[in-house]
Design a protein around this ligand. Sequence first.
Ligand code: ZN
Ligand code: ZN
Length: 368
Amino acid sequence: MRNDSRLKHVQYYERRQSRVARKLGRSKFDTLLITQLADIRYLCGFTGSSAVLVLTRDDAAFFTDGRYSEQAHTEVVGAANVIIEGNPLRRALQWSQESKARCLGLDFAHISVSLFQQVQQQFGGRVKLEDCSGMVQSFRMIKDEQEITRIRGAVKLGAELFSTALESIRPGVPESRVAAEMEYEARRRGGEGMSFETIVAGGTRSALPHGRASHARLPRRGFVVLDFGVILTGYCSDMTRTVHLGKTDARERRMYDAVLRAQLAAIGKVRPGVGVSVVDAAARETLDRAGFGQFFTHSTGHGMGLEVHEPPRIAGKQRQKLQPGMVITVEPGVYIPGEGGVRIEDMVLVTDSGCEVLTPTTKKLITI
Ligand code: ZN
Ligand code: ZN
């Protein structure tokens, strides 16, 4: 990395850490014990699989084990103390004790019972243990410039795999073969992995909202739902397109049109200040009017970033309002058991004045 870009890189992490530290200053916690790897990566850049990060109002310490010593020294940014010896959790707890923690925030939503017990044992009631789940995630929900650039890269690579899929989709080809071609191409083009198990679901299997690519062969005619994403520079992409094998009939065209209109109606609502439930309702009402409402059985979308599912959830009962910098998916679908299904999913960035659809791929129905 050149010196100026290294400096910029460091600044992103320092800014993220100081935002969390400021929030700590206004909260009951004096120390946060951060154990979720995505939170750790977000705050200090470490990409390994064993680490604990401790943040206080004016200090930060990073703990990992010997396997990651080299990696920690090159990657970790912002944390002045990088400690690599013994069990990272035990060392992190000792450090917190030495730095006189009184109220320790733990992410209850992401820690195991055994980890919680270890923490309790270490402090023996002298330190208050409180739930701080969602605290770092609430910062992660709003992407900074570096994250948006990385997400754009992941979306672009992900979208390129759609053409790979189109080349391999034919009647008689196993779904897993289509997924294999896409995943091979993702790796060849520099992807670090897939964001989740690739969904290729043909014919009546397209009615399964989560039909992971199976050994089933694609039928002569019917819908094929493709839902896939890649991880690039740590960030995930996620998109769905539905194509059709053979000629469509009138009902299939009505289904596809209804889902597409629902998706566009929902995207049409995306701008700062709008409640996520309004986006969800726009999709749902469009499908209701088209007579397919009862077959839309999941929420309209989710946030994206270092993880494929992050807050906010785009669903009816959620109260969250959209803010600039959020990256969400908009993915209504219709699934008719025994018949087939259609889903269309894009990634959308909330901008200052509205939104930008990041996924560049056509949504016109492709028949093969
Ligand atoms: Zn998806
Ligand atoms: Zn999704």
